[in-house]
Write a protein that binds this ligand. Structure first.
Ligand code: PLP
Length: 363
């Protein structure tokens, strides 16, 4: 359900509340209950829990509608990404990866695939794609929050015969629709803002290529790494408030940006939603809205530890996009960034409380 009776496309709040909802039946529930069965009576669509599950399909319908493609659910973002890489690439192929994107994607390719890797920073410069089979973009990139032009890079990649996949985790399906911008594949960790409550691991792939979607479902069935129905149900429940949560998280990020920008202890502040950010012009053109993740630098590890010790509201955590504001020092995980670089994920706390807390923690 994407448009109202007047033909006008529904807004984000309406879209996420109704995405993947069951048919309205007399006495029926607003949202289906999770189905935990391993074996089904062989009279309907479902046969065995590894091949399909009605709770997955409800969330796949929702995310596919929001992404503008066909969605296949996976048990984590990395399961989604690694399955795409394994299906699309053959031994000896060349893949372009973001040198500044999520580090486990590079680690997976380096350690588990026999392909040629070209790493390119998200901000460019981008080389030509001659001889490349797959270009994986991540925009905004994690943790640097640089942005690249999905439409232009998809055009260039397609001209060279390469497929384009976009890791849309940081943006979310409300923030950005890579398939509409020309990409072939979206991969995402729904562990983050989509599920939104720091209690679920989940991921998905969306694509406009029906054959690839079928191959992904087949790989999931025979690979055997499948999403849990309860996780899928929790993520679907969380998705209903994604619009509300992103609105508050972006408002909090904007307020924090304003105070961090002029704070003497802070350098290298990035949030693509701020007009002062170097990526803003491109981000504003290709993104529908912004989220709550900022990146900045404190002088050193001791300054980050002191900040966390003084803050009452911000927790050290290596996830992002949840209800709670959290902070992660990325160098501790091996990201090639300065020791004091942190990613702050603004949560849904009251803006004034959060700003006061951050300023006190920086004092
Ligand atoms: C941009 C990005 N892609 C993929 C992943 C992997 O997702 P998951 O932890 O759900 O496997 C993450 C996790 O932090 C991420 O930040």
């Amino acid at each position: 359900m994407t448009a109202g009776p007047d033909g006008r496309e529904y807004g984000d709040g309406t879209r996420v509340v109704h995405a993947g909802a069951p048919e309205r039946l007399p006495g029926g529930a607003f949202m289906g209950s999770p189905v935990f069965a391993s074996a089904f009576h062989l009279t309907g669509e479902d046969t065995y829990g590894r091949s399909g599950n009605p709770t997955w399909r409800a969330l796949e319908a929702a995310l596919g509608e929001l992404d503008g493609g066909e969605c296949v659910l996976f048990p984590s973002g990395m399961a989604a990404i690694s399955t795409v890489l394994r299906l699309v690439l053959r031994t000896g192929d060349t893949v372009v990866l973001p040198g500044d994107g999520y580090f486990l994607t590079r680690k997976f390719v380096a350690e588990h695939m026999d392909v040629v890797v070209r790493e390119v920073p998200t901000a460019g410069p981008w080389p030509d794609f001659d001889g490349v089979s797959l270009v994986l973009l991540e925009t905004p990139s994690n943790p640097g929050l640089d942005v690249c032009d999905i439409a232009a890079l998809s055009h260039a990649a397609h001209a060279a015969g390469a497929l384009v996949a976009v890791d849309n985790t940081t943006a979310t399906p409300l923030g950005q629709q890579p398939l509409r911008l020309g990409a072939d594949i979206v991969v995402a960790s729904d562990t983050k803002a989509v599920a939104g409550h720091s209690d679920v691991l989940l991921g998905h792939v969306s694509t406009t290529d029906a054959v690839l979607a079928e191959r992904l479902r087949g790989a999931r069935t025979v690979g055997g790494a499948i999403p849990g129905p309860f996780e899928a149900w929790l993520a679907h429940r969380g998705l209903g408030t994604l619009d509300l949560r992103l609105t508050r998280q972006a408002a909090n990020a904007a307020a924090l940006y304003d105070v961090l920008r002029v704070h003497p202890a802070v350098t290298g502040l990035r949030w693509p939603g701020a007009p002062q950010d170097e990526a803003y012009a491109l981000a504003a053109r290709q993104m529908r809205r912004f989220g709550g993740v900022l990146t900045f630098q404190l002088p050193d590890v001791a300054a980050v530890d002191a900040f966390l010790a003084r803050s009452r509201l911000i927790a050290a955590s290596t996830s992002f996009g949840g209800l709670h504001t959290s902070l992660d020092r990325r160098a501790q995980w091996g990201d090639p960034v300065p020791e004091g670089l942190v990613r702050l994920s603004a949560g849904c706390e009251d803006t004034a409380d959060l700003v006061t807390d951050v300023l006190a923690a920086l004092a």
